[in-house]
Design a protein around this ligand. Structure first.
Ligand SMILES: *[C@@H]1O[C@H](CO)[C@@H](O)[C@H](O)[C@H]1NC(C)=O
Ligand SMILES: *[C@@H]1O[C@H](CO)[C@@H](O)[C@H](O)[C@H]1NC(C)=O
Ligand SMILES: *[C@@H]1O[C@H](CO)[C@@H](O)[C@H](O)[C@H]1NC(C)=O
Ligand SMILES: *[C@@H]1O[C@H](CO)[C@@H](O)[C@H](O)[C@H]1NC(C)=O
Ligand SMILES: *[C@@H]1O[C@H](CO)[C@@H](O)[C@H](O)[C@H]1NC(C)=O
Ligand SMILES: *[C@@H]1O[C@H](CO)[C@@H](O)[C@H](O)[C@H]1NC(C)=O
Length: 334
């Protein structure tokens, strides 16, 4: 065949070839909302087009992309979840342009740095925010408390510093708050007594100091983990007979109070008060608990260890290094 004719035929063929399915779907079956598409493309560009987001291809339906989820009836993006990615950069301001988002997760991303962008306050429907195992830094911004639908806030394993914003306790639906494994300083805010819901509170591995507010006695904690800080004084208010508390971890602080008269919630399963300056004796009522973990070691406790229930399931390492505790599993009282 004449090469000119064959060239011409090829050209003709190309013109009538069906367009790639991607651009065809944009014209017909595309679900992705145009504004969401634009926001996601901005996010991808701001993160320097990482390999992790290779499925976010221009002119394709964003409801088919990885790491995002579209609502099945509105087709709006409701979830952005980026996990274990080799991404270097900051959380893009454009996340604030996804107004239907209820879940925002950046997790296990070593090179994610910078602060939390204030644009997230546009995301009034957010119920879960999980920015953890990243290298975010600076203060935890108080504008987070404008996200009034938040149920779950996890900012753990970062480099956040400064004090805890007292306004977080105004979040009316919060049931899980993870601020552990940062470099937070200062005291636990007095307002933390205002949480209305049962709360799982994790503040461990920071440098929080001072006395904890008495108002914490007003909160129904399911979990309270204050371990590995520099807290001192009384913590007996977190022990309540009528609460739903399952876990209390006060270990490795400088708490000093008399344990003799505390009351245990019947749900209490995990109790670690080790490495403090807690004195008095262990209440007999501890034998009524379904304990899975117990550690009162390295304190100033005295008297006989209550016998019975689950208490003797734990060996001497749960009780040693006290002032004058005695009885099984330690040496008999004399
Ligand atoms: C983080 O950034 C450093 C330096 O730019 C790079 O060498 C490293 O591969 C990145 N690591 C990850 C897991 O992103
Ligand atoms: C992360 O990505 C950078 C840039 O693409 C690359 O040089 C580096 O090797 C990657 N690191 C890891 C741990 O994959
Ligand atoms: C934060 O960055 C440091 C230094 O690059 C790194 O060693 C560390 O693993 C990072 N932290 C997290 C949680 O990724
Ligand atoms: C426990 O009792 C205290 C004092 O009587 C009360 O203020 C609090 O609301 C009660 N908490 C629960 C969870 O019932
Ligand atoms: C702790 O309280 C108990 C009961 O009120 C009391 O008998 C005891 O003397 C107190 N212990 C210390 C060391 O103050
Ligand atoms: C209790 O805590 C002490 C001090 O940290 C530790 O040595 C011991 O192993 C712990 N006991 C248990 C049962 O974990």
């Amino acid at each position: 065949m004449d090469t000119r004719i064959s060239f011409f035929l090829t050209l003709l063929l190309l013109c009538f070839l069906p367009t790639p399915s991607s651009s065809r779907s944009l014209a017909t079956t595309v679900r992705c909302n145009k504004n969401d598409y634009d926001a996601l493309m901005k996010i991808k560009a701001a993160l320097n087009n990482p390999y992790h987001l290779a499925s976010w291809v221009a002119n394709t339906d964003c409801c088919d992309w990885y790491d995002v989820e579209c609502d099945s009836s509105t087709n709006r993006i409701i979830s952005l979840t980026i996990f274990q990615a080799n991404i270097s950069g900051q959380i893009p301001d454009a996340v604030g342009d996804l107004p239907y988002l209820n879940t925002l997760v950046f997790r296990h991303i070593t090179n994610l740095t910078g602060t939390i962008p204030s644009t997230i306050t546009n995301l009034k429907l957010l119920s879960m925010v999980r920015l953890s195992y990243t290298n975010l830094s600076g203060a935890i911004p108080s504008f987070v408390s404008q996200l009034t639908n938040l149920d779950f806030l996890d900012l753990s394993f970062n480099q956040f510093s400064g004090s805890i914003p007292s306004s977080l306790s105004s979040l009316p639906k919060l049931t899980v708050l993870h601020l552990d494994r940062n470099s937070l300083t200062g005291a636990i805010p007095e307002t933390f007594g205002n949480f209305q819901q049962s709360l799982n509170l994790y503040l461990s591995h920071n440098q929080l100091s001072g006395e904890i507010p008495n108002s914490l006695g007003d909160v129904d904690f399911t979990t309270i983990d204050l371990s590995r800080n520099k807290l001192q004084g009384d913590a007996s208010m977190v022990f309540k007979a009528n609460g739903s508390t399952e876990t209390i971890d006060l270990s490795r602080n400088m708490f000093a109070f008399n344990l003799s008269n505390v009351e245990f919630a019947s749900n209490l399963q995990h109790l670690d008060i080790s490495h403090n300056k807690i004195y008095g004796s262990i209440p007999e009522t501890i034998t009524g608990l379904d304990l899975q973990y117990l550690n009162v070691s390295y304190n100033l406790l005295c008297g006989s260890i209550p016998q019975g229930g689950k208490v003797q399931n734990f060996d001497s390492y749960s009780f040693y290094h006290n002032k004058c505790l005695c009885g099984s599993p330690l040496a008999a009282c004399t």
